[in-house]
Design a protein around this ligand. Structure first.
Ligand code: FCB
Length: 459
């Protein structure tokens, strides 16, 4: 096998020590991210409705060790303690999501005042600590009642998302200025409706899967419209999962194979949002499964956004023979994701070059490792520090290349419920003992605190 991208493998050692300290703009956002279902717990408290993740995790055999988010990090009750920890880290922004069935137990109609009050208190407590709240409206915990009416397959359900967005913006929009509609709609489509690894656990035909993808984009468009109708000053965007795709060598056949993966898979959402039509390679790949697109859909989908959130953890390496995994000699995280920081900069440059994008935020980047508490009570997570150092450096380099990146959020603030993996994958800057709910800042958290305080990084 040809492996000619040796620059990737030697990067950390070569780069360390030869690059100058990289400084970030004064107004750069340094944050951490979470999602409601992964941390809140209180799954059936204070009149919250059931979400598809409650239903899915309560179904035996779906989650490692049959774990659930019933309690998770108990953040619903401990949010003040968690904000105090954010303050210790020196974060100036915090990205979190709203549990839709906590505020609208049926997904529409009846409002749950206790749920609304929770987010109100959370936002006020963040602002009192000078931490900017950065909201994702939907990070996968869809109301079960809407699922029972056909979920994202049913077009009639789409306006409910806009109503939910409007409800939240009316309540919090005076204090929260940046709102993302969806987190990784590609994941909902592929894993929620395709492979069934995520809630609602659907294993559908391709036609349905493509239709869900399209419907999510329409729902995004409706929500953007609803938010702008209420307050045009609010910055509205979307968070897309985007891992780079690299060819294994400079051979034409390898490059063509990598391009095909990128064009037919990765930009399924990016392209319609920023070009107003689906990419020809995706149309080709979908063939007769291409979704039904109503007149006006693409105009709705491609409304101008104020920002783009990018979640990125790894890359895919492709040769003419297909996807190469594992990559010989490469290092992997506990998720089985290859660590390849230079691919991050390449991907950011590529999307910046190929599309007319609004300012970007790195809304998620981080790594799972099997952390352990040492005898002195510390969590010496050097591998995570190394991962973050490499990736933040690449964000700095991409900015120097001309990519407009306004902030970076580590995934995640806390160890939490990692979807199908339950509590077995630790991503946090803060260690959580799930038996006692004790939180301990890891060494990576201390390291990140210094990055934030100096607003710079020593690659
Ligand atoms: C992303 C999800 C996030 C978390 C990380 C590891 O795809 O948005 O909730 O699970 O992966």
């Amino acid at each position: 096998m040809k492996l000619e991208r040796s620059d990737d493998q030697v990067f950390p050692t070569v780069m360390k020590g030869i690059m100058d300290t990289m400084h970030f703009p004064t107004e750069f956002l340094w944050g951490a991210a979470t999602a409601a279902y992964q941390i809140e717990g209180a799954w059936n408290e204070d009149h919250k409705g059931e979400s598809i993740w409650d239903r899915f995790s309560h179904t035996p055999g779906k989650i490692t060790n049959n774990e659930t988010g019933d309690i998770a990090c108990d953040h619903y009750h401990r949010y003040l303690e968690d904000i105090a920890l954010m303050r210790e880290l020196g974060l100036n922004a915090y990205r979190f999501s709203i549990s839709w069935p906590r505020v609208l137990p049926d997904g529409f109609g009846r409002i749950n005042p206790a749920g609304m009050d929770f987010y109100d208190r959370l936002v006020d407590a963040l602002l009192a600590t000078n931490i900017e709240p950065f909201i994702t409206l939907h990070h996968w915990d869809y109301p079960q009642t809407l699922q029972d009416r056909g979920g994202w397959v049913n077009r009639e359900n789409l306006p409910y998302f806009a109503d939910f967005a409007a409800l939240m913006v009316k309540r919090l929009g005076d204090r929260v200025h940046r709102w993302a509609t969806f987190n990784e709609p590609d994941d909902i489509t592929e894993h929620g409706y395709g492979s069934g690894e995520h809630a609602p656990g659907g294993k559908n035909d391709w036609k349905t899967v493509y239709q869900v993808g399209h419907n999510l984009l329409v729902a995004h468009g409706l929500a953007v419209q609803a938010i702008r109708d209420i307050n045009p000053a609010i910055e509205t965007g979307i968070v897309l999962g985007c891992w780079g795709v690299d060819p294994v060598s400079d051979d034409q056949s390898d490059i063509a194979a990598a391009d095909l993966v990128w064009n037919s898979q990765r930009i399924g959402f990016l392209h319609p949002i920023f070009c107003g039509h689906y990419h020809p390679a995706m149309i080709d790949k979908a063939g007769e499964n291409f979704p039904v697109v109503n007149p006006g859909d693409l105009a709705l989908i491609s409304q101008k956004l104020d920002f783009l959130g990018i979640n990125s953890y790894s890359r895919t390496l492709v040769g003419a023979q297909g996807i190469i995994s594992p990559v010989p000699g490469a290092e992997y995280t506990d998720m089985g994701w290859e660590i390849c920081a230079p691919a991050f900069r390449r991907m950011l440059n590529k999307i910046h070059h190929d599309y007319k994008l609004p300012p970007m935020f790195i809304t998620e980047n981080g790594a799972a490792f099997p952390d352990a508490v040492a005898l002195d009570g510390k969590i010496n997570d050097v591998r995570r520090i190394d991962y973050l150092r490499q990736h933040i450096s690449q964000v700095g380099l991409a900015s120097q290349d001309g990519v407009d990146i306004r902030g970076y959020f580590v995934w995640s603030l806390l160890d939490n419920f990692e979807w199908g993996h339950g509590f077995t994958k630790r991503f946090g800057l803060i260690y959580v003992d799930f038996d006692t709910q004790k939180r301990t800042i890891k060494d990576s958290g201390e390291w990140y605190r210094r990055v934030i305080a100096s607003n710079s990084i020593d690659p």
